[in-house]
Design a protein around this ligand. Structure first.
Ligand code: TRP
Ligand code: ZN
Length: 508
């Protein structure tokens, strides 16, 4: 890499000598956003990151975080300056070893002007040194760093990484990660992937975590606190890393009884979604007051409250399903969120069916009949919900009914072929709903535009006839048709399933 740098710098200098006016006019700044209509400032233009190396020191007593982030990237255009997404206080920036000018602008932009312009196609190494108290840094009255009595947690969607490392904060720029965290002895640090090393010296312990598969920035996580960390392997040899706050109190048993089933549930889901895409799996339960979970890659974030009514394997299934639908195959734009939440919710319906607590069709019937046509539920389009309704229950529940309607339309054989084929087709990439529709049409050999438009892109309650169930069918949505059995009963799994996202609309 060093050699390539010298070569391209020499080539750049030569080009500059020969064509000063033309090339000087073309070099400009990278865009402050990557072009996502829901979040115009998310991500940045002009470069592509391949690796984040994040070295941190954190003091739980005072919330003091010190960091050095080394970012390996490639310029995708000639750049006079470029941005990173970051909200913490910066002390120093180096670009390719040279001190660079920087300024924190807007809500969460770090604007960097390198000493020498960057040439399209050349490798770039950016070092950012920073120090701040992330819990005290607010945007719109809110900090994405969740303080706990024993430390803190970074787990947020769609944006949260800016509270602990500078990045190109959009799912279309995936990278590998090394996260190394120094904390006082007796405190643990958790991040994605595998714990590759741990060492203590002079009252401080360093934890080294490594993610070797491409990972979106919002799926990177950091948790610091008093944890019990456990490692195991599935019968198939997949490493499983779980961690529980030592202060879960009454929720400790139910949390462990749920999250310790991770390996078994990954194997079960593999039967539907195909080979598990990453090198490890696990989850952690910190001592936070929140009520939601997040599919942070290979190391899932859960809230203790989700286990306050006893064990909850349904939420574990939901977050594990995201490892295929969301993490390995990620949204192209945030408006494609149905590709994540519709399928994660549908996996809970499959689990309910497996546990004899209601079939997917019964759950679809229940959603359909629970909301009258004039209910605001039907005004959210799961295929384009808007930034304000990105995690509305319609994206989950109507989104899963859409998947049941697809199943009824193409038949079980084609449906399960699509469910398993899609994650392989788009492994480690990004995709749009339109691309999923085209894939489902290719596999099933059926035109599906009407189905997708009706269930995902129409702001009103679809007619029964569009659910893909023949009117003569004895069960299913058809039961609601004139002369049917009447309103379906609440399936046994319903309340548990709703607990997964009961607090979503309050999360940022
Ligand atoms: N993707 C999460 C889930 O379905 C929900 C979620 C949305 C979330 N925004 C969040 C979780 C912010 C934590 C923080 O499980
Ligand atoms: Zn989800």
């Amino acid at each position: 890499m060093r050699k390539r740098l010298i070569v391209s710098a020499a080539a750049g200098a030569l080009a500059l000598l020969l064509t000063v006016p033309a090339s000087a006019a073309q070099i400009g700044p990278g865009a402050a956003g990557i072009g996502d209509p829901y979040y115009p400032n998310a991500g940045n233009g002009g470069y592509d990151v391949s690796h984040y190396d994040i070295r941190l020191k954190y003091q739980p007593a005072t919330d003091e975080l010190e960091g050095t982030a080394t970012i390996l990237a490639t310029a995708t255009q000639d750049l006079s300056r470029f941005n990173l997404d970051f909200v913490l206080g910066v002390k120093e920036v180096l670009v390719n070893g040279r001190t660079a000018k920087f300024a924190s602008t807007g809500e969460s932009e770090l604007e960097i002007t390198p000493a020498r312009p960057l040439t399209k196609g050349s490798p770039v190494t950016v070092v950012v040194r920073y120090a701040d108290k992330p819990g005290e840094v607010e945007r719109g009255g809110y900090s994405a760093w969740l303080r706990t009595p024993d430390g803190g947690v970074a787990a947020n969607e769609p944006e949260g990484s800016a509270w602990w490392f500078p990045s190109n904060d959009h799912p279309t720029d995936k990278a590998t990660y090394d996260v190394s965290v120094l904390v006082p002895d007796g405190t643990q640090a958790i991040s994605n992937g595998l714990l590759t090393g741990q060492s203590s010296r002079a009252g401080w312990t360093r934890y080294n975590w490594r993610q070797t598969k491409p990972q979106a920035t919002y799926l990177a996580t950091l948790a610091i606190g008093r944890f019990d960390i456990r490692t195991d392997t599935t019968p198939g040899g997949l490493p499983v890393v779980t961690a529980y706050s030592k202060d879960l109190g009454d929720n400790d048993g139910a949390a462990r009884a749920s999250v310790e089933r991770t390996g078994e549930l990954v194997d079960w889901l593999s039967g539907y979604f195909g080979e598990y895409p990453f090198g490890s799996i696990g989850g952690y339960v910190p001592n936070v007051p929140t009520g939601y979970a997040l599919e942070t890659q290979t190391q899932i974030f859960y809230s203790p409250a989700q286990f306050s009514r006893g064990s909850n394997t349904s939420v574990v299934v939901h977050e594990l399903a995201h490892q295929w639908y969301g993490d390995s195959v990620s949204v192209q734009r945030w408006s494609d969120i149905w590709l994540n939440e519709g399928f994660a919710r549908y996996s809970q319906w499959l689990w309910s069916e497996h546990e004899n607590e209601g079939t997917a069709q019964e759950l679809a019937d229940y959603v359909y009949s629970s909301y009258p046509a004039d209910n605001a539920f039907w005004s959210v389009k799961p295929g384009d919900p808007g930034a304000d309704h990105q995690f509305a229950s319609a994206v989950y529940d109507r989104g899963a009914v859409a998947i049941q309607a697809l199943r009824n339309t193409v038949g079980d054989e084609k449906f399960f072929q699509i469910l398993k084929g899609w994650p392989a087709e788009r492994k480690y990439g990004n995709a749009t709903i339109q691309q999923f529709q085209a894939y489902a049409e290719r596999i099933s050999g059926k035109p599906l535009a009407d189905l997708f438009n009706t269930w995902l892109f129409t702001a009103s309650k679809p007619a029964l006839s569009s659910a893909g169930v023949p009117a003569a069918a004895p069960a299913g949505v058809a039961a609601l048709a004139p002369g049917g059995k009447g309103a379906p009963q609440e399936p046994k799994s319903w309340k548990k399933i709703q607990e997964t996202n009961s607090l979503h609309e309050h999360a940022h």
